[in-house]
Design a protein. Structure first.
Length: 308
């Protein structure tokens, strides 16, 4: 029996969704995929159901760059409720303990926060999508099971105090991939002497995409009512996803070789790097890796190129 063709359009590009609270990232992904009638879709890193904000979604051949976007830095706004510790580290969890909140000043917070900036090891929380023996940790956590988790090296580039009350603090956090903001908030609140949990988490930047570029699901639905062309008009070009990567132009013969998984030799001045590949018509054809000797190896080569 032949392989059944996937339904949907061969459409390629990236859309930036302002994820609403209360929905999983995968649920939002499926909504967008359905609205665009796309054959393939993938996101670039889950947000907790509680969280809102920037969720880049890759359609079609753009899914081949999603893993590289996943590795990018992020920026969040987060509010911590002091004095209450939950099992999940956020307000979706069950309250474990409550405690009195010590008096603190703005200067106390400004003195405390910088201690958490920099490279460090962080242990992922049990309520996370990481897997243990094929099972997501959050499913084990819901069963009351706790397993040992390996710490991961992360970097907190900057933390700014946005506002505070007698029982809350709101922060602006710039961090590397793999950072769990809930864990950071718990650690800061613990250092303050009372514990705490996340009540608001908003991703304001991911992989260079900012919240000003994001459209809500409702806005995408309104565009869909105008027809597929209205949706296609808001697709962002895939080649813009990795602006810091140098670009290499390949001849027609080189493009053919790359599509067959072969290396090519180019004359470029820059040193070894991850690169974006373009054909002679300036059409984006994928990603590669170049050595200091100018040898380019294909990493992700597109079947289709361009936005649509």
């Amino acid at each position: 029996m032949g392989r059944r063709n996937k339904k949907g359009r061969d459409i390629t590009g990236i859309v930036i969704v302002d994820k609403p609270t209360g929905r999983s990232s995968n649920h939002v992904l499926q909504q967008i995929k359905r609205l665009f009638d796309a054959k393939k879709a993938g996101h670039t890193g889950s947000l907790d159901p509680l969280a809102t904000g920037v969720l880049p979604i890759c359609l079609g051949e753009a899914t081949k760059v999603s893993s590289y976007l996943l590795d990018s830095d992020k920026r969040y706004h987060v509010t911590c409720q002091l004095g209450v510790i939950t099992d999940s580290g956020d307000s979706d969890g069950k309250v474990l303990t409550t405690s009195s909140i010590p008096d603190f000043t703005e200067q106390d917070l400004l003195d405390l926060i910088p201690k958490f900036i920099g490279e460090q090891h962080q242990v992922p929380p049990m309520y996370s999508a990481l897997k243990y023996q094929g099972q997501p940790l959050y499913k084990l956590a819901r069963q009351g099971i706790e397993v040992e988790r390996k710490s991961r090296l992360i970097t907190l580039y900057d933390i700014q105090l946005l506002s505070y009350t007698e029982d809350t603090i709101t922060l602006d956090v710039r961090c590397s991939k793999g950072t769990y903001i809930r864990t950071l908030v718990e650690d800061i609140a613990s250092e303050l002497g009372c514990g705490g949990h996340v009540t608001m988490l908003r991703r304001v930047e991911a992989a260079g995409y900012q919240q000003q570029q994001a459209l809500t699901v409702e806005q995408f639905e309104q565009l869909a009512e105008q027809g597929l062309q209205a949706l296609d008009d808001v697709l962002l070009p895939t080649e813009n996803a990795l602006p810091s990567w140098p670009s290499v132009v390949a001849t027609e013969e080189m493009v053919t070789a790359l599509r067959f998984g072969q290396t090519i030799k180019v004359e470029q001045d820059f040193e070894s790097a991850n690169i974006r590949l373009f054909d002679e018509n300036q059409q984006f054809i994928g990603l590669g890796e170049m050595s200091q000797e100018g040898i380019v190896a294909p990493k992700r080569v597109f079947v289709l190129a361009g936005k649509v």
